[in-house]
Design a protein around this ligand. Structure first.
Ligand code: ZN
Ligand code: FE
Ligand code: FE
Ligand code: ZN
Length: 270
């Protein structure tokens, strides 16, 4: 893998302390991005909700502080393209709120994520690991059904960590393409890109989100992809991007995406 792979990549999925479970401000992430020679950096902290909803996202009144923090990084690192985004929870019934959020800032992209299952608990929260044991099939059915709805909502510029429920290393038995397929069809039909998220390598599942089988299906269906770190600390900016790019290329990808003002453009992988 050539050393300049970083220059062709953007890391658009990073967090800030406003979500209460990340460290490092945008200026700190930007410093690392410059050091590593990343093509672009973007922020996608967990979206605010209309009223306090849980304890792992910025409050509604903190949105200006978030935007200001991204502006600070832009001012300090003019040599780096720094993008403004949000990681938005897709929750059926809350679509109106995402539409409102979309008008609240000059977003470069909105990422759609499913963390909450229908029963109202987070599929990736370590507090609920025990709920996965013996229930992977139900959890996966519920999750992927929501994920397809998230894609089809048309609210998002790309979708995050496709097979997130595998985080703790617990998956249903057999060929998991029965879950991937409807999501890939939805991506292809709506023209929605997905991310290869390297955070999975840092979890018990020890593989990227999504698994290779998903990437292969997505490439065959002509779905564009991005590579993201989901960094919650500056040291993870661009983490494992060489492996992610190698996986993407191996599955046939030759291009990745950039976003500006919610419009995508294709760039070749180095
Ligand atoms: Zn987070
Ligand atoms: Fe997430
Ligand atoms: Fe995230
Ligand atoms: Zn995420």
């Amino acid at each position: 893998m050539p050393a300049n792979i970083f220059a062709s990549l953007a890391d658009y999925h990073t967090h800030t302390p406003l979500c209460r479970h990340a460290e490092g401000w945008p200026v700190d992430y930007a410093r690392v991005a410059v050091e590593r020679g990343l093509g672009e950096l973007g922020f996608a902290d967990h979206n605010p909700m209309p009223e306090q909803f849980d304890d792992w996202r910025m409050l509604r009144e903190e949105l200006p502080r978030y935007i200001e923090a991204v502006e600070e990084a832009r001012a300090l690192f003019p040599q780096l393209n720094i993008k403004l985004g949000l990681e938005c929870d897709f929750i059926p019934g809350h679509e109106w709120w995402i539409e409102e959020l979309a008008g609240m800032a000059d977003w470069d992209y909105l990422i759609g994520s499913v963390h909450y299952l229908r029963q109202g608990w987070e599929v990736d929260h370590p507090q609920y690991i025990a709920r996965h044991k013996g229930h992977a099939e139900e959890i996966w059915r519920d999750y992927w059904d929501l994920y397809v709805q998230c894609i089809r909502s048309g609210l998002f510029d790309f979708v995050a960590h496709p097979d997130l429920p595998k985080k703790f290393g617990i998956t249903p038995p057999g060929d998991l393409r029965r879950y991937y397929n409807p999501a890939v069809v939805a991506l292809a039909e709506t023209g929605t890109p997905f991310e290869i998220n390297t955070a999975g390598l840092r979890r018990d599942c020890r593989e990227m989100y999504p698994a290779r089988g998903f990437v292969e299906l997505a490439h065959a269906a002509g779905v564009p992809m991005l590579i993201s770190s989901d960094a919650h600390t500056p040291g993870d900016v661009g983490a494992n991007f060489e492996e992610a790019a190698a996986l993407a290329k191996d599955c046939g990808y030759t291009h990745t995406l950039r976003f500006a003002k919610r419009k995508s453009s294709s760039v070749p992988l180095a």
